[in-house]
Design a protein around this ligand. Structure first.
Ligand code: DOR
Ligand code: ZN
Length: 431
């Protein structure tokens, strides 16, 4: 079975070309390729071909909260969003802190077959921050875990964090930190600043993130370990990262920013709508501007969604009781198009870097984020850069519908996703 993509521009550059995909690989790239008999032909004039996206930070909720998302529904959202690989966070129920749970997630991902699902292993038993989980057993399991994180919680104890970093070096793994000093965010509901004060919310200060990022960069350097910082949300964290990368090298320290921290700000909180509640919280417009600049510059390496589905009862309630988190998989490309491409901060080659190449490198995925050349695995995403769409939570593939972009018109539409040469999503539909 072959797929012939006709007339797309690779990375949005140069003349349009035809790309023939056969047996899971890019078989040929040329000005005009004749379709083999068995080929599915995709007319792609005006469209941009990119390597398939890789999300380092997804909550698929299975096992435990299948009323919000399952591996199947989350995989569908990922494929429709242009993703070919996702990393499923460990804060499930039971927690993915052992080989049985990570192998279950990995196997369900394989059975679903829409996107490569890589389970993230918890750093500590039960995400409690007290005792290291069996990182080695998870690494050696069939799931081959290479990323560990207590995301949702910070590994706050510096000694536990140090040990996790040290062990991870032997496993050739990366530790991804949810940077939030818990003593500084007790009861926190919103970014500490003018808006939180006016609305009467307890504040989540920027320094609660920045202090942990600085500490962990020093610990990672000491251990010679790979550290990844989840969902960077403040301008100050970008400054710390710049300093740490200069000192320790960008091969060791990496960081992600979410689409929502690039686009949305705490000005939204005056609606009191908990759809805007997320952790870390939406920050100021000045923070968002600095995050966009840091991403363009490479101080922040990549975009990760922190796709966090929640059932309606956990979001349609008063602010303090609502769970933090928002959907992200199907809107990420559009938000990146809006904030980074339309602003001139990134071209499409830059989009390939932040949505595909860097995340694949950080996680050590050999078959994703590869160059668009003959012989490479056909993990590909086709984007219509000029099309626009209106976001409707109820129409997204996720079981939950908590999108902060409800009713917004956004540019950039994923029209085709190929996983190892197989069509996983096409024109907004699966398969
Ligand atoms: O907003 C968030 N939601 N931040 C996290 O760190 C966890 C996530 C979740 O699991 O819902
Ligand atoms: Zn987190």
């Amino acid at each position: 079975m072959s797929v012939l993509i006709k007339g797309a521009r690779l990375y949005g550059e140069g003349d349009p070309v035809d790309v023939l995909v056969t047996d899971g690989l890019i078989a040929e790239i040329g000005a005009s390729i004749e379709a083999p008999d068995d080929a599915e032909v995709i007319e792609a004039a005006g469209q941009v071909l990119l390597p398939g996206f890789v999300d380092l930070h997804t909550h698929l909720r299975e096992p435990g909260r299948e009323d919000a998302e399952t591996i199947e529904s989350g995989s569908a959202a990922a494929a429709l969003g242009g993703y070919t690989a996702v990393f499923a966070m460990a804060n499930t129920d039971p927690v993915a802190d052992n080989a049985v749970v990570v192998e279950h997630v990995w196997r369900r991902g394989r059975e679903t077959g829409l996107v490569d699902v890589h389970p993230v292993g918890a750093v500590t038993v039960g995400l409690k921050g007290e005792k290291l989980a069996e990182l080695g057993t998870m690494a050696k399991s069939a799931a081959g875990v290479r990323m560990f994180s207590d995301d949702g919680h910070c590994v706050a104890d510096p000694l536990i964090m140090r040990r996790a970093l040290e062990y991870s070096t032997a496993l050739n793994a990366v530790v991804a930190q949810h940077a939030e000093e818990p003593r500084l965010t007790v009861g926190a509901q919103a970014h500490e600043g003018r808006i939180a004060s006016r609305l009467g919310y307890a504040g989540w200060p920027a320094s609660a993130e920045e202090s942990i990022v600085a500490r962990d960069c020093l610990l990672a350097q000491h251990a010679g370990a790979k550290l990844h910082i989840c969902h960077v949300s403040t301008a100050g964290t970008a400054d710390v990262l710049r300093w740490a990368k200069n000192r320790h090298g960008s091969g060791f320290i990496s960081a992600e920013v979410t689409p929502h921290h690039l686009l949305l700000t705490d000005e939204r909180l005056s609606t009191y709508d908990p759809v805007n509640k997320v952790n870390p919280p939406l920050r100021t417009g000045a923070d968002a501007a600095r995050l966009r600049a840091a991403l363009a510059e490479g101080v922040i390496d990549c975009v990760a969604t922190d796709h966090a589905p929640h059932p309606v009862q956990d979001k349609d309630c008063e602010w303090a009781a609502a769970k933090p988190g928002m959907l992200g998989l199907q809107t990420a490309l559009s938000v990146v198009t809006e904030t980074m491409v339309r602003t001139g901060l990134l071209d499409w080659r830059g989009v390939a870097r932040v949505l595909s190449e860097r995340p694949a490198e950080i996680a050590g995925l050999p078959d994703h984020g590869r160059p668009l050349v003959t012989g490479e695995p056909a993990n590909l995403t086709l984007v219509d850069p000029d099309a626009e769409w209106t976001v409707r939570g109820a129409e997204l593939a996720s079981i939950a519908a908590n999108t902060p972009y409800e009713g917004m018109r956004l540019p950039g539409v994923v029209t085709l996703t190929l996983l190892r040469g197989r069509i996983t999503a096409r024109e907004g539909k699966i398969g």
